[in-house]
Design a protein around this ligand. Structure first.
Ligand code: HEC
Length: 425
């Protein structure tokens, strides 16, 4: 790797450069001469693979033990070197993310060398103790939720086409309440590809505004494959759930090759006590531009969307949402003081069937008047292997064969004095 490949300098993103240095390039001295499974590879599997590759998950194999991993050694090397596994598509040199499972160059080189040397087990006493994973069907945060809303049963026959049912259900709340945590629990995770949970205006509000997407108040939760903990808010932080809101499930079913399933997915919501008023109310903004025009065959179609922060704010996370033709998405902040765009995230290898949320290690603090700039890139060429029809002109729409260019931002506003206190010297 040459230095110019390593350090991709975006316009004005000096801070990204500073972060870049530590994560770049394999440090060859750090790659063991004779890596073993027990000492060198298992710790990597525990951190970056086993969340998904364990029994009863939606993955083709478990990677908990040597005997389970060994037959997959070649495939593991290939997927890891291509950065297909673990599924994580943000440039590692831009931004610092919580629970980032992606592998460093040194880790990738370690796995590759281990495979090239015959994938030896090594000394069992070098191995870290096995991790204890929560059962697939437990509420992650240890207690029972106050509300459990269950989607109606859906039959998913083998070898059928993908379906996207969107049932809406009432919460039964009689007053507005604040959410402490929210977790989606698929019934049959083999066929539940992802689930989005929205709060949708019910009651009188709904009559005012009519049907369709405008009724969506907020994205409450989003479960991509491998993300089973849901959203948990520290005391003082919460999401609002209004009493008349309906819960809309947006379920994406990807049928199995052989087996039929009947899924009922649940969403569990733990509420703060009645009367609790949080200091900060977290909301989600869809930064998008519906004037999306994607000509046939075009491999790099750019679209831009903007959202201005009314007050000083802290940004918790960024999640790009596009469909088959999605290729990449960046998030920039343009501060009112200097008007210089600062690159916050660069999801440059977007893959439509994985849509992780990129949670910043520390929420980003931005002044009032900052413009959040989302740039989406779509590939409508035949070279895009998942493109269903490179001859079609494509615009905004709900179906996966239509397109979207949403950058979801989770954020909350803070008072000016708190903003001032958070500024570096
Ligand atoms: C977020 C969940 C998730 C994580 C984390 C993850 N995988 Fe996977 N992996 C999958 C799924 C789902 C598949 C099957 C579908 C596919 O290939 O996309 C898969 C497929 C694979 C395959 C191909 C299997 C085949 O059938 O050929 C390999 C090899 C693999 N993973 C290795 C790894 C390794 C090594 C890691 C960690 C460095 C890892 N995965 C992390 C979900 C995950």
């Amino acid at each position: 790797m040459t230095p110019s490949q390593m350090i991709r300098v975006p316009f004005g993103a000096a801070f990204a450069l500073a972060l870049a240095v530590s994560t770049l390039a394999a440090n060859d001295d750090a790659v063991p001469e004779h890596p073993t499974f027990s000492r060198d590879v298992l710790p990597i599997m525990q951190r970056s693979c086993q969340t998904c590759h364990r029994p009863n998950m939606f993955t083709p194999m478990s990677l908990l033990t040597y005997d389970e991993v060994r037959p997959w050694a070649r495939a593991i090397k290939q997927r890891v070197e291509a950065r297909i596994m673990p599924p994580w598509f943000a440039d590692r040199t831009v931004g610092v993310y919580r629970d980032d499972p992606s592998l460093s160059e040194t880790e990738i080189a370690t796995v590759a060398r281990w495979v090239d040397q015959g994938a030896p087990r090594g000394n069992a006493t070098d191995a870290p103790p096995p991790l204890e994973w929560p059962a697939v069907d437990t509420w992650y945060h240890g207690e029972e939720p106050d509300l459990v809303i269950t989607s109606p049963p859906v039959v998913v026959p083998p070898n059928s086409t993908e379906t996207f049912p969107e049932p809406e259900l009432p919460t039964g709340l009689t007053e507005d309440r604040y959410i402490k945590w929210i977790q989606v629990m698929p019934g049959e995770s083999q066929v539940v590809h992802h689930v989005l949970i929205y709060a949708v205006m019910g009651g009188a509000d709904a009559e005012d505004t009519g049907g369709g997407p405008r009724r969506v108040r907020e994205l409450l939760a989003n479960r991509a494959r491998g993300d089973f903990a849901g959203d948990y808010f520290e005391d003082g932080y919460a999401r609002l759930l209004r009493k008349d809101d309906l819960i809309r499930f947006q379920l994406h079913y990807l049928p199995d090759d052989e087996q039929s399933f009947v899924d009922q997915t649940r969403v569990g919501i733990k509420l703060y006590p009645k009367g609790y008023v949080p200091e900060y109310v977290v909301t989600t903004k869809a930064v998008s531009n519906r004037d999306l025009i994607i000509p046939p065959g075009d491999a790099n179609v750019r679209s831009d969307a903007y959202f201005t922060l009314r007050e000083p704010a802290r940004i918790i996370s960024f999640q790009p949402h596009m469909h088959y033709r999605g290729k990449g998405m960046t998030l920039e902040a343009i501060r009112p003081s200097d008007g210089q765009p600062e690159l916050l995230s660069d999801v440059n290898r977007f893959a439509w069937d994985w849509q992780p949320t990129y949670v910043y290690e520390t929420p980003l603090t931005l002044p009032a008047g900052t413009v959040m700039h989302v740039t989406a890139y779509h590939d409508n060429s035949a070279a895009n292997r998942v493109n269903p029809d490179p001859t079609a002109a494509v615009g905004w729409g709900d179906r996966t064969i239509d397109e979207m260019n949403i950058g979801w931002l989770d954020y909350f506003y803070i008072p000016e004095d708190e903003f001032a206190a958070l500024q570096p010297e």
